[in-house]
Design a protein around this ligand. Structure first.
Ligand SMILES: [Zn+2]
Length: 123
């Protein structure tokens, strides 16, 4: 008995839209990777360590608005300011460094964007 030919039942409009969607996702990933390779990270948003009573606490987080590279301090590190001197998105006198709500930062994430999680051993 031959294998069930499911392909003839697929809606061609969905298949075409799916193809377009996947191509766009590849383009987005490519654009993000290129941007992150060359970005000077001059506009960075961040949120501080948050202690949560019933859940695991949230580490300091920051993201470059220009290339969306995201960086997390070590989970157990409670001294957020100290953590910022050990990463990729280090503030310089030329960096615009703006505090932003963590959920807003999460919503800026894009497909293909790099998230760097620093371990406690980094220091
Ligand atoms: Zn950047």
């Amino acid at each position: 008995m031959s294998e069930f030919n499911y392909a003839k039942y697929l809606n061609p409009n969905i298949a075409e839209a799916e193809y377009t969607h996947n191509r766009a996702a590849e383009d987005l990933t490519y654009a993000v990777e290129r941007a992150q390779e060359t970005c000077k990270h001059e506009f960075v948003v961040y949120d501080e360590y948050q202690r949560l009573e019933y859940l695991r606490s949230l580490p300091p987080i920051r993201m470059c608005l220009q290339c969306r590279l995201e960086e997390h301090a070590p989970d157990l590190w409670r001294d957020g300011d100290k953590a910022w001197y050990k990463g990729i998105l280090n503030p310089t006198p030329d960096t615009m460094y703006i505090k932003m709500n963590r959920d807003k930062i999460y919503r800026l994430r894009v497909e293909g964007s790099k998230i760097v999680n620093h371990q406690r051993d980094d220091d």
